[in-house]
Design a binder for this molecule. Structure first.
Ligand code: MG
Length: 280
């Protein structure tokens, strides 16, 4: 694959992300796929789907897990509902995440990824050790499929994330770095965080945001690429300094406004194309 292929977060029949047709119309060569519904995760559907992607000239670079009952409405709701941390859904979702990794394998994709949830910041919290165990089990399952597991950033500070990865202790555990999430969740200055965790970054979300008045308590606002506080040129330059050559996957989370979403993703493609020419 070429250096820094542009991508977009996409879905087929379930989950967040734009429709494949949007990627095709915008000439975007790669996608990260939000996991389709359980009934679609079959060998037959994988084959059909791969044929469709091939006809469109699109490559999948990661399959993202997502689960029923997750809500990103506000920060307390994320803590309560997202990922593998909430105890009441943990066992069932962990099993489902393994199925999603198996489906990614059917698609020939060597990266499974997810928001693991709000890992307790206090490492002496018994839940911290439980989540470490869950992550180890998932990494081992992915390793059996010849896959890496990428953790979406946002909820943890860079130091918290380094501690967690170190404690999991698996060599196929990496990071999907989302600079806007650092701002949205108030977890730290994104470029500084990227430099700290850089050696683990194997995929990124190109997303932008503005800070909340009370970072960490309330959401910042997600905004079109280049209009927020990330600093996209500095972001791409920092990726270059780190030796990152993977996809630049645009994420724009306004599914309720598909026309605006498509226009803004198109503008994001233009911005990244210009930055690639300038920096790459
Ligand atoms: Mg993201």
């Amino acid at each position: 694959m070429d250096k820094w292929p542009i991508g977009v977060f996409a879905s087929i029949d379930a989950g967040l992300g734009v429709k494949l047709e949007v990627a095709q119309e915008l000439g975007i060569p790669t996608i990260q796929l939000h996991a389709p519904a359980k009934e679609s995760r079959t060998p037959e559907r994988a084959k059909e789907f791969l044929a469709k992607l091939e006809a469109m000239g699109i490559t999948i670079t990661a399959v993202f897990g997502g689960f029923e009952g997750e809500s990103y409405a506000d920060i307390p709701t994320v803590v309560r509902t997202v990922g593998l941390v909430p105890p009441e859904t943990r066992a069932q979702r962990t099993a489902e995440m393994k199925e999603i990794a198996d489906f990614a394998k059917l698609l020939g994709c060597d990266v499974a990824a997810l928001h693991i949830g709000f890992v307790p910041h206090d490492t002496s919290d018994p839940m911290y050790a439980e989540v470490i165990g869950v992550a180890q089990g998932l990494c081992d399952h992915c390793a059996g499929n010849g896959q890496r597991l990428h953790l979406e950033t946002g909820q943890e500070s860079a130091d918290g994330l380094l501690q967690f990865i170190g404690d999991v202790g698996r060599d196929n555990l990496f990071i999907n770095f989302d600079p806007a999430n650092m701002i949205l969740y108030g977890s730290g200055e994104p470029i500084e965080a990227l430099k700290k965790v850089g050696k683990y970054v194997r995929s990124v979300h190109c997303k932008d945001a503005t800070w909340a008045d009370k970072p960490g308590e309330e959401w910042g606002a997600e905004v079109p690429l280049g209009q927020g506080a990330v600093g996209m040129e500095t972001f791409v330059r920092t990726l270059a300094e780190l030796g990152y050559t993977g996809p630049l996957t645009i994420e724009r989370e306004i599914p309720q406004e598909p026309d605006r979403q498509k226009a803004e993703i198109g503008a994001g493609v233009d911005l990244l194309t210009a930055l690639k020419a300038k920096i790459g």
